[in-house]
Design a binder for this molecule. Structure first.
Ligand code: FES
Ligand code: FES
Length: 261
């Protein structure tokens, strides 16, 4: 070692050591410069990507909230109620949120948001799914039908009409999910898919004829806090069998009111 310690405690370096330290200092400055440039480059790219996504937002004029930039944006193209839709979405967005927040289809309801109530049920490629548990990004190229897509213009879907006829709802919050579920459930029965309470699981008969117990079991994933279950079963049975079920309620008519009261 050629280093000397001076009286003030500083180490006196040799010429070689001084030259080496100068080189190292130069390298360190260059290294830090490159790191900063790279970091800035990454940040700039992210900001530009966010700006591009924001620019592509379709913001309704009466929107209450300004759009926020999406992270992990993906493009998803799907058919919703017969119309092709191309969306730019955060890859973590659920189908329910995409339908409600991006497409304005608020018929599908957010009840529990945890897959337990069925309020968010929609039909994807002919099968009922819980849209709160389905990532929109997994629906690329699929066909989605919501409650808004069931009627044919002014003509209600038979299940919609039957729900009205049999008073199958009170507050109506569960009704879109109940009806979407019932529509796909009747198709399941036509395909001969059995359920937990099916008597004859080897039966080849299809379409299956559903008992009320079968209807209750198959609809058990759709909860109704108002307890409209008996009327929901009647509505589904009427559409399933094609045989009219007697309506058990009616509006009070004037001639039936007690004029003396
Ligand atoms: S909101 Fe999806 S199951 Fe309750
Ligand atoms: S009608 Fe109110 S929750 Fe079903």
């Amino acid at each position: 070692m050629t280093d000397k310690v001076e009286s003030n405690g500083a180490v006196q370096l040799s010429d070689d050591e001084q030259a080496l330290l100068t080189d190292l200092g130069e390298s360190r400055r260059k290294f830090l410069g490159k790191v900063s440039a790279t970091t800035f480059g990454v940040l700039a790219a992210q900001i530009l990507a966010e700006q591009e996504i924001l620019a592509n937002f379709n913001v309704p004029e009466d929107a209450l909230f300004a759009p926020v930039a999406e992270e992990n944006a993906v493009k998803v193209t799907l058919s919703v109620n017969g119309a092709q839709k191309s969306l730019s979405l955060d890859s973590r967005v659920t189908l329910l949120d995409a339908l409600r927040e991006k497409l304005g289809l608020t018929g599908s309801k957010k009840g529990c948001d945890h897959g337990q109530c069925g309020a968010c049920t929609v039909i994807v490629d002919g099968r009922r799914v819980l849209s709160c548990l389905t990532l929109a990004a997994t629906c690329e190229g699929k066909t989605v039908t919501t409650i808004e897509g069931l009627a044919n213009g002014d003509e209600l879907h038979p299940l919609q009409a039957a729900f009205i006829k049999h008073d199958g709802f009170q507050c109506g919050y569960c009704t879109p999910g109940q009806i979407c579920s019932a529509v796909a459930m009747l198709e399941e029965a036509k395909r001969g898919q059995i359920s937990f309470v099916s008597d004859e699981i080897r039966a080849k008969a299809r379409p299956l004829t559903l008992s009320d117990d079968e209807i209750r079991e198959r609809m058990s994933g759709n909860l109704c806090r108002c307890g409209a279950y008996p009327n929901i079963v009647k509505a589904i049975r009427e559409v399933h069998t094609g045989a009219a079920v007697a309506q058990t309620w009616e509006f009070v008519k004037e001639d039936k009111t007690d004029a003396t009261v």
